[in-house]
Design a binder for this molecule. Sequence first.
Ligand code: G3P
Ligand code: CA
Length: 268
Amino acid sequence: MSTFLGQQRPLVIAHRGASSLAPEMTMAAYLKARQDLADGYECDVQLTKDLQPVCFHDTNLNRTSNGFGRLGAKTLAELKRLDYGTWFGELPTEFTIEQWCSMLTLSELLEFVAAQSTAPIMLIETKHISANGIKLEAATIAAIKKFGLDNHDSTKPRAALMSFSIPALRRARSIDPDLYTVFLLAKKLPALDKLSNFVGSNAWGLGIHLLRTNPELVEQARSNGIQVFVWTVNTPEQIELCLKYKVDVIITDNPAATNQTIARLAAS
Ligand code: G3P
Ligand code: CA
């Protein structure tokens, strides 16, 4: 089984928070993930028009807010006025409207993470889908350092920077050579060993579809001293596949259900 953090099971990371149970990347989603005993959290980060790093997945505001247009065209003050929760469902009694409906800045999320005595892991994906991207890694790393999450342990990072973008990962490496980084892969790229060496990441983040079609990537990663993260893992069959290949980290929309399935499979 996996040796990541010396554990005998993969770490379970809440993708955009517990995003199958609360609006993605709101405080409600991260509070739910903490309550459901996630080992850590994932978020996407982008820069606003006034260069503030905020937690948001899409290029446009339409799907997950009551706003419209491009996120990168709005200031933080404009974005903070929108509602990011009502599209998902009615406010449950356990959360405040602020927790359910407000956009989080990266600083607000990292403050929540840094305050926890369980030392959860924070996986931050820099999204390169809008303008201003070139400054995103510097802003993200500054926030990681501000909250003391840059512990530079290649087996036990507090925060890791992830990206599909090779220039972004190279930029992060040049800003902080010891930061834990994850090279996200949606497909098998040619000359991957060489490319990975060029990128210099600590882990590969494979889509579950890629693990299914190319499980040999796990052994390939191991032989390069690289850890294996898998996203987005939600069904028992997908979890079983991750356990079969002994991956280090499972990124899921529902950490409670994933933990239950892991426990059930381990006992069977
Ligand atoms: O954790 C990696 C995964 O989040 C990448 O895909 O689209 O959910 O950001 P996406
Ligand atoms: Ca992501």
